[in-house]
Design a protein around this ligand. Structure first.
Ligand code: GDP
Ligand code: MG
Length: 597
């Protein structure tokens, strides 16, 4: 089978620039789904994605386009637009020959537009520039084109104008895909090489592998061999997503689809691995993906210790569909048995937490996130630290190193001053300013990643009235003056409340944290003392005054239902409490160290 009529492409854009809406239009025009089945944004199928309006996982859909006598097979691979998920973007790009680069006609080039375009260029994709949402009254397509030309070096003559809402320009997109994006190369008669770009666990069918065939073909009954994991399986079903799974006899060179092979364990499939055949093994694997490195960690604990096993199972399920998420068991004196979990970024952490609660109905306590540090010990050993608990004593530390990122802000020039101020306050190092136009600029700073995970996005958004956007890349580790800041409740150090902070900020943060905790912890029958300390030196202190009264006292013994309601409410509140000694600390308090002002 020839690859002449296959086109594999993706859509890249900054978040909210209209990628999912355009994907819907493309699906609708090719009648990949009937109108009855149609619901907006078919590709974002996780409930959470729909609610939050972001695309988290890369999915793929096969479209059939008729042009006269010819039928084309177009494969659309969806990509996420958030900075946390550039790893998933990279995975999707590796399976395509071309990309539609979407830029909102009213917003212009934003931080992830630039980042994703560079990623597409690195993968040698043909880029088709598309200005979207041209129906909006405030759209300024020609200015946006000029911005694209200036920053991305994309010729504005090649650009298409589209409204996914009205459908204007959608047909020209199909024409451009066929004309400019090359059909996949590869050797149809060679030994099979297929790249695993995603996987999913299905309770009935086992692991479903998403793959792109680069050479050869894959048929039902074949014995596959996965080069990295060195496991073999017999293929039960192959097919394409339309967008529902549609079985076929085989998947051929250039095609994108799925494979089911009675694979029971998630650990037998590695995203980025190459699938070949047992009887005729390919010699060289395809270039896979670099393993994503979790940069943000936090502890996740069941509120009820009896839920530990349920939590472990839930985490295992999640990690199957999200290879960038990691977890290992840990114990905390304050919280008992739980897990240290690694994430790509803050949004990723939020999403995992929400999915856990939603899909497994367990109440969990999450500790404040931290980044991964490197410590050079006096004995010359270098250790990676992803938990404040594993910071060695001060006298054993030669050098404390933290991850640094290169962050690019895209913003209206009138807010340059405000963002520079914010970046300087977060220990940022100014690098450059580049003008997109008279009104908008790209500002580049080097910043400690740890400073970005502390409510930085919100600050940046409010400093720019919502017009600023940010993207960042890890540049490496750098030595810094860091210390571990401990919190003591009733004289006891609460391990789950320890954080790593810069020495010059330690006192201010310590003072704010105990103030904040004071607000979060309710009054007890006894006095509760809160302290912040570095080593044995206490740097801040607050006390919570005792109360004597029972909450039901104010019911005057009369109304029994009201009394019961109050007690139930109290019990409900307790669900999200953890006791430290005899002090009850609410779940919110463990995160309160995050927002410090
Ligand atoms: P994504 O984050 O890139 O997937 O963006 P979405 O497709 O979710 O779109 C973000 C918002 O823009 C949604 O509220 C859409 O309804 C809206 N939108 C998308 N395309 C158009 C368009 O062509 N015209 C108008 N007026 N709104 C659009
Ligand atoms: Mg979307």
């Amino acid at each position: 089978m020839s690859t002449e009529r296959i086109r594999n492409f993706c859509i890249i854009a900054h978040i909210d620039h209209g990628k999912s809406t355009l994907a819907d239009r493309l699906l609708e025009r090719t009648q990949a789904i009937s109108t009855r089945e149609f619901r907006n944004q078919m590709l974002d199928d996780m409930d959470l994605e729909r609610e939050r309006g972001i695309t988290i996982k890369a999915s793929a859909v096969a479209l059939t386009l008729r042009r006269g006598e010819t039928e084309y097979n177009l494969n659309l691979i969806d990509t996420p637009g958030h900075v946390d998920f550039s790893y998933e973007v990279s995975r999707s790009l590796g399976s395509c020959e071309g990309a539609l680069l979407l830029v909102d006609a009213s917003q212009g080039v934003e931080a992830q537009t630039v980042a994703n375009t560079y990623l597409a260029m690195e993968h040698d994709l043909v880029i088709i520039p598309v200005v979207s949402k041209i129906d909006l009254p405030q759209s300024r397509p020609y200015e946006v084109l000029a911005e694209m030309e200036k920053t991305l070096g994309i010729s504005s003559e090649e650009a298409l104008m589209v409204s996914a809402k009205s459908g204007e320009g959608v047909d020209q997109i199909f024409d451009a895909i066929i004309k400019y994006i090359p059909p996949p190369k590869g050797d149809p008669s060679g030994p099979l090489r297929a790249l695993i770009f995603d996987s999913e666990y299905d309770a009935y069918r086992g692991v479903i592998i998403y793959l792109r065939v680069f050479d050869g073909s894959l048929k039902v009954g074949d014995e596959i061999f996965m080069i990295k994991t060195r496991r073999s399986f017999k293929v039960e079903e192959v097919g394409v997503f339309k967008p529902k799974m549609a079985p076929k006899n085989g998947l051929f060179t250039g095609e994108v689809g799925y494979c089911i092979a009675n694979i029971k364990s998630i650990h037998d499939v590695k995203v980025g691995d190459t699938v070949t055949l047992n009887k005729e093994k390919a010699e060289k694997p395809l270039t896979g993906y670099r393993q994503p490195i979790p940069m943000v960690y936090c502890g996740i604990y069941p509120v009820d210790n009896a839920d530990f096993k349920v939590l472990r199972e839930a985490l295992e399920r999640l990690s199957l569909n999200d290879s960038s998420f990691s977890f290992i068991p840990e114990t905390s004196q304050a919280l008992g048995f739980g897990f240290r979990c690694g994430f790509l970024g803050l949004l990723h952490m939020d999403i995992v937490q929400e999915r856990l609660e939603r899909e497994s109905h367990i109440n969990i306590v999450q500790t404040a996130p931290n980044v991964t540090y490197e410590i050079l010990k006096t004995n010359k050993e270098v250790i990676r630290v992803d938990n404040p608990e594993s910071v060695p004593p001060v006298n054993e530390i030669d050098e404390f190193r933290e991850p640094m990122v290169r962050s690019s802000f895209v913003l209206p020039t009138e807010y340059l001053g405000a963002i520079m101020q914010l970046a300087e306050a977060r220990r940022g190092r100014y690098k450059s300013t580049e003008y997109l136009s008279e009104k908008r600029a790209i500002l580049v700073y080097e910043l400690p990643l740890a400073e970005i995970i502390f409510d930085f996005f919100d600050k940046m958004k409010s400093a720019t009235r919502g017009y600023g956007t940010l993207d960042y890349d890890l540049i490496g580790y750098e030595s810094a003056d860091l210390v571990k800041l401990d919190i003591l409740v009733g004289g006891k150090r609460v391990d789950a409340l320890s954080t790593i902070v810069h020495k010059k900020d330690a006192e201010v943060r310590g003072r704010k944290q105990v103030k904040k905790l004071k607000k979060e912890i309710s009054r007890h029958l006894f006095e509760v003392v809160l302290q912040a300390a570095i080593g044995s030196r206490v740097i801040a202190r607050e006390t919570i005054k005792p109360i004597a009264k029972n909450v039901t006292a104010k019911c005057y013994g009369g109304d029994i239902t009201r009394k019961r309601k109050l007690l139930e409410k109290q019990k409900e509140g307790k669900k999200r409490m953890k006791s430290v000694g005899n002090v009850e600390i609410p779940q919110k308090a463990f995160l309160s160290v995050l927002s410090i002002d």
